[in-house]
Design a protein around this ligand. Structure first.
Ligand code: ATP
Length: 302
C-alpha cells in the first residue's frame, strides 16, 4: 500500500527550480532515505509535502487523499533547523506538545529524553547544545503516535551514540507500520536504516529504488597500478566496465557483468592486488551525482 504519493512536484524560487518535477511513491511502513548534495531540494520537498510552503505545481497524497487536518495530526516533522522556542524549558515543550497533539505521550518523551542524555527538564532550550536541541526535537516527534514521520537530517549534530539511537528509533517505528522519510548526508546511516532511497540533484530525482536492488547486478573490481602514470587505455573498449575511477595508483572499475573476467583483463594489463567487492550506497550515490562518464573514461579523484 502506498503511504505517500508525490506527483509532478515543483517549487520555483524566482528562476531557481528548487524542486523540479519529482514523482515518488513511498510504501507504507517503509524507511525512505532522501539523499542529495547541498541545495539539491530535499528540505524544500519536505516543506511542500506538508504544505508549509506552497508548491508551484504537483500533488501530494497521503494514503491516496490530499493531506487532511486529521492526516496532519498523524504526521510528525522534524525540520532541518530547530523549531523549539529558546525561552521555553524542555518541560514546557512537553506540556505544549501534550496540549497540541492528542497522540502525544509525555512519559514516552521523558523516556526518550533520558535516553538521549537530556535529563534536566527544567533547562531552557537556549541553554542546550546544538546536538541536545536536535535530540529534544527528535524525542518530541517520536513521542507522538503517528502514521508518517518526516525527518530532515534528524541526526545532524548528534554524537555517535545518539545517532545510533535515532536510527534504531526509525527502524522500530517502521517495524510498527509507520512510514518514515528521512534525509541525511551520512550515507552509512541511510544504508543502515533505509529500505528505499531517492537521490536528488538540482531539484530532480536522479536515482531511486530499493537499496538491495540498486546494489544488485553491479560489482567493483579494485586493483593497484604499477605507477601513477600507468596507462589504462587498454580498458577503454571493455564494454562490461560502466565507469572507471582512478585515484593515483588505485583503480576501481564498476562492472555490470563478469567481474572475474574484468579482473583478469586488468591483471593482464599489469594491475595487481585485484579484488571484487560489492557496491556500497556511497558508491551508488557518488555514481548518481558525479558528472556522467562514458564507458571507460577515467575520473581522476581529488
Ligand atoms: P541541504 O542538504 O544543504 O540542506 P537541500 O537539499 O535541503 O540542501 P533546499 O534547502 O531544499 O536543499 O534548497 C534547494 C534550493 O532552493 C537551493 O538552491 C536553495 O538555495 C533554494 N532555496 C531554498 N529555500 C529558498 C528560499 N526560501 N528562497 C530562495 N531560494 C531558496
Amino acid at each position: 500500500m502506498t503511504a505517500l504519493t508525490i506527483a509532478g512536484l515543483r517549487k520555483n524560487y524566482g528562476s531557481v527550480a528548487a524542486v523540479d518535477g519529482i514523482d515518488l511513491e513511498i510504501p507504507k511502513g517503509c524507511v525512505f532515505g532522501l539523499l542529495g548534495p547541498n541545495g539539491a531540494g530535499k528540505s524544500t520537498t519536505f516543506k511542500c509535502v506538508l504544505g508549509l510552503i506552497r508548491a508551484s505545481a504537483g500533488r501530494v497524497l497521503f494514503a491516496g487523499a490530499p493531506f487532511s487536518p486529521a492526516a496532519l495530526e498523524r504526521t510528525a516533522y522534524v525540520p532541518e533547523r530547530s523549531v523549539l522556542y529558546d525561552w521555553m524549558s524542555v518541560r514546557e515543550h512537553i506540556g505544549y506538545m501534550k496540549n497540541s497533539f492528542t497522540g502525544f505521550d509525555p512519559e514516552r518523551a521523558r523516556e526518550l529524553l533520558a535516553q538521549f542524555g537530556v535529563g534536566d527538564e527544567s533547562k531552557r532550550v537556549r541553554a542546550l547544545s546544538k546536538g541536545m536541541r536536535t535530540a529534544v526535537a527528535v524525542a518530541l516527534a517520536f513521542a507522538r503516535r503517528v502514521d508518517l514521520l518526516l525527518l530532515d537530517e534528524p541526526t545532524s549534530g548528534l554524537d555517535p551514540v545518539n545517532q545510533r539511537s535515532v536510527l534504531n528509533l526509525i527502524i522500530n517505528e517502521a517495524a510498527q507500520g509507520t512510514t518514515v522519510v528521512f534525509s541525511s548526508h551520512q550515507i552509512g546511516q541511510v544504508e543502515r536504516a533505509a529500505d528505499r532511497i531517492a537521490v536528488m540533484q538540482r531539484g530532480r530525482i536522479v536515482l531511486e529504488g530499493i537499496v538491495d536492488d540498486l546494489k544488485a547486478g553491479r560489482k567493483i573490481v579494485e586493483g593497484i597500478l604499477p605507477s601513477d602514470d600507468f596507462s589504462v587505455n587498454g580498458l577503454a573498449s571493455d564494454a562490461r566496465i560502466v565507469r572507471l575511477e582512478r585515484n593515483g595508483r588505485i583503480l576501481r572499475a564498476f562492472v555490470t557483468e563478469q567481474p572475474d573476467d574484468v579482473a583478469a583483463h586488468m591483471s593482464a594489463l599489469g594491475a595487481q592486488g585485484l579484488r571484487v567487492v560489492d557496491l556500497s550506497l556511497e558508491d551508488i550515490f557518488l555514481d548518481a551525482v558525479a558528472p556522467k562518464v562514458t564507458t571507460a573514461s577515467v575520473v581522476e579523484e581529488a
